[in-house]
Design a protein around this ligand. Structure first.
Ligand code: GAR
Length: 196
């Protein structure tokens, strides 16, 4: 799992326990002070830091991140609030094996300020998207989406808090289905198979 901040989505996956049907073998951050690393250590999961500033460019940073992921024996990558854009090498090395969670209904409000942007736009509904990562930012095939209503008087904190409640339910469901091999992709269309 790749995190840059609090790691509350990481915590939701940890809390899923055996229901996840997957082992988290590494939590990696671009920030040494990401609280998500503390959560990993607390759960006995190896935690690693790959600093943006230690690398010449995005390509070198991406190679270092991918090497760490591969070195940990990971078969898939779950982005949870990882706020760096990886180069195309990541998708080449883990094709349709990188999942991301984003706090809007893509393709509305891509980017690093989705919650603020939805409020500034005056949207009445936003939500959560889980998608496969492709070569473009916040663009890959959509795996799951859930709506969240924007209420009168919402600010970024209040809206993000309700969005995160939905994230914490949805991401474990998606990761469990993915780990069980129940998610398949045809072009941009993602199919969910029923549990057997
Ligand atoms: C989450 O709300 C996630 O959707 C968002 O960062 C937050 C991380 O929270 N991701 C993005 O904005 C990606 N563009 P967390 O560290 O508590 O899981």
């Amino acid at each position: 799992m790749l995190v840059s901040g609090s790691g509350s989505n990481l915590q939701a996956l940890l809390d899923a326990g055996d229901d996840l049907g997957a082992e988290i073998v590494l939590v990696l951050s671009d920030k040494a002070d990401a609280y998500g690393l503390e959560r990993a250590r607390g759960a006995g999961i190896p935690a690693a830091v790959v600093r943006w500033a230690d690398h010449a460019d995005r390509a070198a940073f991406t190679t270092a991140v991918c090497d760490a992921i591969q070195g940990a024996g990971a078969e898939a990558v779950v982005l949870a609030g990882f706020m760096r854009i990886l180069s195309a090498e990541a998708v080449e090395r883990f094709p349709l094996r990188i999942l991301n969670i984003h706090p809007s209904l893509l393709p509305s409000f891509p980017g690093a300020h989705a919650v603020e942007d939805s409020l500034a736009h005056g949207a009445k509904v936003t939500g959560v998207t889980v998608h496969f990562v492709d070569e473009q930012v916040d663009h890959g095939p959509v795996i799951a989406q859930r709506p969240v209503l924007i209420e009168e008087g919402d600010d970024a904190d209040s809206l993000h808090a309700r969005i995160q409640q939905v994230e914490h339910q949805l991401y474990p469901e998606v990761v469990a289905a993915f780990a069980a091999g129940r998610i398949t992709v045809e072009g941009r269309t993602v199919h969910w198979e029923e549990p057997s």
